[in-house]
Write a protein that binds this ligand. Structure first.
Ligand SMILES: C[S@@+](CC[C@H](N)C(=O)[O-])C[C@H]1O[C@@H](n2cnc3c(N)ncnc32)[C@H](O)[C@@H]1O
Length: 371
């Protein structure tokens, strides 16, 4: 029988793992799984989220989210990064209803992001219609095609379906690591036999550079959408996109992931967090750009190093890094528009051709100004 690896924890009727007598075991389990690999812990958290009852049965839901938060805290010493959906789920717990089994993430800002993508894809395919290029859409963190925003709206179409609904692309490449979502993508592919859809199951940081090596800028142009939950896009992947010289890039960068990993006190940025920041920013220079010695020295302390850079400076740092890597980059759209900033939506172009840059910038600027 093909049972879920964590099915024992969930029981038949109620969620066994939420019982108080299981708490210590669950905290211990978090550490054991982490030592077997971060993906195992992520898998357990995802499974718990999938089993949570809807918001109406909110006490079990709250307990589940609190349990994940406690387990994640246990892993803090290893530099474990709490997945962004957890933070978003916390918000949705306070603000609204979500449906069981949906791919739940985001909020009103997610709809803005997807609307920007929808408008860009439509304008892009229209603008390139008469050119001889083959057009590819690549979704590197594809999801399942649909999702429910944490703010409680009903199910919405995600980036994959938005792209499939946009006429003009000759080829679609969807990369997804999660097996359940990947299966949903397989079902979507079957619903669209008329389209050339290629599915890749795995880590976008490995799959995407290999995929790009098969596309020649002589024949291909396209758009890549980078929509990870947190800081799990490596800078080397962005470099391989830049050197492809054929893709326009929409990248939803997790500002909240960045300011959580780059802790206020440098002493709290352990080697795992530092390595994650090196990977996602592609440089070690964030140390000097974000941190300096604190003036408030106590008599007995070693000089303490604190982060002075706040969210604007951190966003600016990412923008500068993108400008070092791509021939053209736009000022990002900060999301959500109100409250604590969570994301910056960046647009960058890898094609160095000046007229192509001019055209893409005009389209993107217009869309971002309206967003
Ligand atoms: C925010 S969701 C994407 C949502 C999608 N753009 C949409 O609009 O429906 C992020 C997705 O990336 C997947 N993912 C996370 N890490 C990944 C990785 N390293 N490579 C590929 N997919 C990954 C997750 O399973 C999740 O489905």
């Amino acid at each position: 029988m093909n049972r879920h690896p964590f099915s024992l924890l969930f029981g038949k009727e109620d969620l066994l793992l939420l019982r108080p007598e299981w708490r210590e075991t669950m905290l211990l389990l978090a550490g054991i799984l982490f030592l077997q690999g971060k993906a195992k812990v992520d898998g357990l958290f995802e499974a718990i989220i999938d089993h949570l009852p809807p918001a109406e049965a909110s006490s079990a839901r709250r307990s589940g989210i609190n349990l994940i938060a406690a387990m994640a805290q246990e892993l803090d010493v290893f530099g474990y990064q709490v997945p962004d959906p957890l933070q978003e789920l916390r918000m949705s717990n306070e603000t609204g209803k979500t449906q069981k089994k949906d791919h739940r993430f985001g909020g009103p800002w997610t709809l803005i992001k997807l609307d920007v993508l929808r408008q860009y894809l439509s304008a892009y395919t229209t603008a390139l219609k008469k050119q001889a290029f083959e057009l590819v859409y690549i979704d590197a963190f594809a999801g399942s095609g649909d999702f429910s925003p944490g703010s409680g709206e009903s199910q919405q179409v995600g980036s994959v379906r938005i792209a499939l609904d946009t006429p003009g692309f000759h080829r679609y490449c969807f990369i997804e690591q999660n097996s359940r979502r990947y299966r949903e993508l397989e079902a979507i592919k079957q619903q669209h036999p008329e389209k050339q859809i290629e599915l890749f199951r795995g880590d976008a940081n490995q799959v995407l550079p290999d995929l790009l090596r098969t596309l020649s800028p002589k024949n291909w142009r396209g758009v890549v959408f980078l929509d990870p939950y947190g800081l799990n896009l490596d800078w080397t992947t962005l470099e391989s996109i830049a050197s492809s010289q054929l893709l326009d890039v929409w990248y939803l960068f997790s500002l909240s992931g960045l300011y959580r990993q780059a802790a206020k006190r440098m002493a709290n940025v352990d080697e795992h967090k530092a390595a994650a920041l090196d990977r996602c920013l592609g440089t070690e220079k964030w140390r000097e750009a974000f941190y300096r010695k604190s003036r408030q020295l106590t008599l007995f302390d070693d000089p303490d190093i604190e982060r002075f850079a706040e969210v604007d400076a951190m966003e600016q740092f990412v923008l500068s890094r993108l400008k070092e890597t791509f021939p053209a980059v736009m000022k990002p759209l900060r999301l959500p528009r109100e409250g604590a900033p969570l994301y910056s939506l960046f647009f960058a172009m890898s094609n160095p051709n000046r007229p192509a840059i001019g055209l893409a910038q005009r389209i993107a600027k217009h869309i971002l100004e309206q967003a």
